[in-house]
Design a protein around this ligand. Structure first.
Ligand SMILES: NC(=O)c1ccc[n+]([C@@H]2O[C@H](COP(=O)([O-])OP(=O)(O)OC[C@H]3O[C@@H](n4cnc5c(N)ncnc54)[C@H](OP(=O)(O)O)[C@@H]3O)[C@@H](O)[C@H]2O)c1
Length: 351
């Protein structure tokens, strides 16, 4: 039996801790511990519910009494929790700092993971895209790529690559149309569509850069470019994509390929709120764990070899699946698929 420790209780950490605690027997976990930095009255219910579901709180030494005053029962100190874990999952925006200050010096854990923003933390990973690139005993640090990178990557893998890994993509461009803030957040909202700069000369924004890095772990050097803007909505990200192949493709082949990938959902819905609402009723605590939801009506083939369309990004769902998949790989690769069964009902093929 193993111990898994999650650092951070935000948009990604909160659902992940609950998911691990609820399924700890199925995942073969003896204990799920989590670190929260700031004791807050407004987050008392959240932390209390995670404790009620069996997750064990760890705090910094100097904040322990404040957590106790809020009615919590911290059991471990932050560093102690890292040192006694088999796998540590960082869900903060400071994973690189945490690596430098703490994870690099911890001896027991066999694996550490950080999330989307933490470029450079370790080998990039997205379930179903580059599992073959993971090397047991070598990849102690993994970077679970961002939600939009998952979406871009699964489109490329499904539509431009063959089962044997051969690549037919000449050129891929992506417009990431982002929600302005998470529904759990009260700040960061934008009042009107707001465009991002192209900071990366070769890739545009970090989304294409990260997708390129992900496929580089498999030996590919893809020609990708992305742009991004924020919309004044909190529902879901959407992506407009254009994939030019080195061969002709028909719309029926595009549809068949999308239908054949269990990590891809398709939909006849056109609005983010309808897709989001489906997740609320049928997803895991409202989350769709599929890596993309492709809008079927928007698919088209231009000039015989360029596939265009729109899709929606299950933003706080798709990294959860990869995170659990990587955690189970660290713990016992031979049992990963069987232990992931519990999440398969939330991988939809149609929304
Ligand atoms: N939001 C999404 O939909 C989404 C999707 C994919 C990937 N990600 C990635 O997930 C990661 C976390 O993003 P998020 O949206 O979940 O962030 P968030 O909601 O802002 O939560 C951040 C968490 O990190 C903790 N934290 C911050 N600084 C810390 C420090 N120095 N030491 C310990 N804990 C610290 C905070 O603790 P306190 O509040 O207790 O201080 C909070 O629990 C990022 O890499 C992001 O790119 C996010």
């Amino acid at each position: 039996m193993s111990v898994v420790h999650v650092v951070g209780t935000g948009t990604i950490g909160e659902p992940l801790i609950g998911l691990l605690a609820d399924h700890r027997d199925h995942f073969g976990l003896e204990e799920v511990t989590f670190h929260k930095r700031t004791p807050l009255q407004g987050e008392r219910a959240k932390v209390g519910d995670l404790e009620r579901r069996g997750a064990v709180l760890a705090t910094d030494v100097d904040r322990r009494s404040e957590f106790e005053e809020l009615g919590h029962a911290p059991k471990y100190e932050a560093l102690e929790a890292i040192e006694r874990a088999d796998v540590v999952i960082d869900c903060t925006p400071v994973g690189l700092d945490m690596k430098r200050d703490f994870y690099d010096h911890a001896s027991r854990p066999v694996g550490f993971m950080a999330q989307g923003s933490e470029f450079g933390f370790g080998k990039m990973y997205a379930r179903g895209v580059n599992d073959d690139a993971l090397v047991p005993g070598e990849d102690r640090f993994l970077h679970v790529v961002s939600c939009n990178t998952h979406n871009i990557a699964v489109l490329i893998k499904t539509l431009a690559m063959d089962a044997d890994g051969s690549n037919h993509l000449d050129n891929g461009t992506f417009l990431c149309i982002r929600r302005s803030s998470d529904i759990s957040q009260s700040s960061g909202f934008v009042s009107s569509p707001t465009v991002d700069a192209h900071h990366e000369e070769r890739f545009g924004t970090h989304h294409a850069r990260d997708a390129h890095g992900l496929f580089a772990t498999l030996g590919h050097d893809l020609n990708l470019f992305s742009s991004a803007l924020k919309l004044n909505t909190q529902y879901m990200h959407a992506i407009h994509f254009s994939l030019t192949l080195d061969r002709d493709v028909s719309i029926s082949e595009v549809r068949d390929r999308l239908a054949a990938n269990t990590r891809v959902a398709v939909t006849s819905k056109r609005s983010a709120n309808e897709v989001f609402s489906f997740g609320r009723d049928h997803g895991y605590f409202g989350r769709i764990l599929s890596q993309t939801v492709v809008s079927l009506d928007t698919l088209a083939v231009r000039g015989g070899n360029t596939i265009v369309g729109f899709c929606f990004t299950p933003q706080d769902g798709n990294p959860l699946l990869s995170t659990v998949s990587a955690m189970l790989w660290y713990l016992d690769p031979s049992r990963r698929e069987e232990r992931l069964d519990v999440l398969r009902p939330y991988l939809f093929q149609e929304v």
